[in-house]
Structure formats: C-alpha cells, structure tokens
Design a protein around this ligand. Structure first.
Ligand SMILES: Cc1cc2nc3c(=O)[nH]c(=O)nc-3n(C[C@H](O)[C@H](O)[C@H](O)COP(=O)(O)O)c2cc1C
Length: 157
C-alpha cells in the first residue's frame, strides 16, 4: 500500500512496486496519473510503502477500489508518525518504507516514481534473521479480487 499526503493522508493499494537498488536503498512504484495518490506524490515528493498482511485484506481492497482520503472513514487502519518523512506510516503493516522521490518519468499510462528509502520501521517478528517469516501472513495479489499468503514451507535448490 502507498501512503501519501501531508495535511490529508491518503492510501492506495499498489502491485507495481519493486526494489531497484540495495545501496542506496531505492524503490520504484508505477502510479497512474488519475490516482489521487499521484497528485499527492507530485506535490510532496514523498511516499511510504506499507506492507500489508492478510488481516488487512478488507482495507487493502477498499484502498484499491475507492479514490481519495474520504475512503478512510470505512477503513480500520491506524496512521502513526514516520521517522524521517512527513507522510504517515501504517501501524498494522509489517513494514513501512519511508521514501523521498529522487526521480519520476511517465511510461505509457503510468508514472514511475523512484523513491530513496530514507528510513523504515518493521515488525521484528515478521523478519526473523533478516528474512520474511512466512507465518506472518504477508499478503500477495493473484488477480482482480484474489489474494493469497505464502505457504509455510520454503523449497531450497
Ligand atoms: C490489488 C490492487 C493492486 C493495484 N495496483 C496498482 C498499481 O500498482 N498502480 C496503480 O496506479 N493503481 C493500482 N491499483 C488501483 C488503485 O489502487 C485504485 O485506483 C485506487 O482507488 C487509487 O486510490 P487513490 O485515487 O485514492 O489514489 C491497484 C488496485 C488493486 C485492488
């Protein structure tokens, strides 16, 4: 999920999120210009990437199907202060990556915003020994309204 805005806080669901550099830590997100989030990122040049869990599914769906901060009245997430950016983080998320926009470019019908991760917070139980704990119900999107969590076993090659 992408959190944006200063005085008014907005949140939208996004699949098209990727790490693009380790050092410095950078993340890219593809956001369509018609999203309210697009306007807020252009304005404040900051955003937070919040990693949701299965328990947040209802809110993930609302954030991904309704537009603008008004959707928040139907959602159950709690916003908390971030460490380095003025955008809020989400308390219930397993991780919040605080990003400052360092580049942006339009590709087709989306804008690719590149954010440098200037700080982050995360649930220590969800990242035991530096890798995701599969018991923590990380949410993954399959298609349209279908979501899954990761299976508990990993397969090593
Ligand atoms: C699972 C899911 C993934 C989505 N991924 C993206 C995405 O990567 N980029 C995008 O621009 N919109 C994406 N959307 C659509 C936006 O979340 C949706 O249009 C939302 O209402 C925008 O909110 P806003 O106008 O308040 O910013 C996705 C929606 C869902 C349900």
């Amino acid at each position: 999920m992408i959190v944006s805005g200063h005085e008014e806080t907005n949140v939208m669901t996004a699949d098209w999120v990727t790490v693009i550099s380790y050092k410095p830590f950078m993340i890219g997100i593809a956001i369509a210009p018609k999203r309210y989030t697009h306007k807020l990122i252009k304005q404040y040049k900051e955003f937070v990437v919040a990693v949701p869990t299965l328990e947040m599914l209802k809110d993930v769906w609302i954030a991904g199907t309704k537009s603008g901060p008004g959707k928040m009245k139907n959602m159950g997430i709690t916003f908390i202060e971030s460490k380095k950016v003025k955008i809020k983080s989400i308390k219930e998320a397993v991780a919040n990556l605080e990003c400052r926009v360092v580049d942006e470019r339009d590709y087709g019908d989306h804008t690719f915003f590149v954010g440098e991760v200037v700080d982050y917070t995360y649930n220590k139980d969800a990242f035991e020994g530096g890798k995701p704990n599969m018991q923590c119900n990380f949410l993954a999107h399959v298609a349209l309204n279908e979501f899954v969590t990761f299976e508990k076993e990993t397969h090593k090659i």
